[in-house]
Design a protein around this ligand. Structure first.
Ligand SMILES: [Mg+2]
Length: 214
């Protein structure tokens, strides 16, 4: 019986695809590469993120260049954040889940000090038993260690938990931590890529939550 959902933020609860693409293209401009379409970005999307950029820039990046990519990306993304909205079914599904007496928390690989005020701005803070973002100042890593810490901090049994996210790395983290996982196709990766994980793939938050009640 699933009693707790760990939500991903970007691409799952937040519909930020347009801002993500604009931010990726800000990097492309700076590095002298032609702009990408959303489909092209989805096709190269991988973790660690550095690999995705090495693919589109067609060369390896040293640490200094990777830091520049990450900085350029986040500057543009931050400037466009105000244009992003919540995904379909949010906050209705969060409210419904809470009203059923179950708990939920939020775990993101976006910077913690940007994440917390953004969640507050969308008036979602009260739904979550815990909100964890990325502690450092260079992003793009895997979620596995963060998920383990997130579960431990709340004394959650992984068997009671499902992670809902939008990328393969969400499923990888869930498997490592021993939680369930449902993926949504609203974010950075294609259904075909998500289906390689073997976990259920749904096209919306509503469908994802419905699966947990079945
Ligand atoms: Mg995401």
């Amino acid at each position: 019986m699933i009693s707790h959902v760990v939500w991903d933020w970007n691409g799952t609860l937040l519909n930020d695809n347009d801002a993500v693409l604009a931010a990726v293209n800000a990097v492309c401009v700076d590095f002298g590469r032609a702009s990408l379409t959303w489909a092209e970005w989805q096709a190269v999307y991988a973790r660690p993120m550095r690999v995705s950029y090495e693919e589109i820039l067609e060369r390896l990046l040293d640490d200094e260049e990777w830091a520049r990519v990450d900085k350029l990306y986040h500057e543009r993304y931050d400037a466009l954040l105000h244009t992003c909205g919540l995904a379909g079914g949010v906050p209705a599904e969060l409210r419904r889940w809470a009203e059923s007496g179950r708990t939920q928390s939020l775990l993101s690989m976006w910077f913690h000090d940007r994440l917390v005020p953004t969640i507050e701005q969308f008036e979602l803070t009260g739904y979550f038993s815990r909100i964890d973002g990325l502690a450092g100042d260079v992003g793009g890593g895997s979620k596995t260690d963060s998920l383990l810490r997130h579960l431990e901090a709340q004394d959650l049994d992984p068997a009671d938990v499902v992670l809902i996210g939008d990328v393969v790395d969400d499923a990888v983290a869930a498997e490592s931590a021993g939680t369930g996982c449902v993926l949504v196709t609203t974010g950075a990766m294609t259904r075909t890529a998500l289906e390689t994980t073997g976990v259920p793939v749904t096209s919306s938050i509503q469908e994802a939550v419905q699966l947990l009640d079945d």
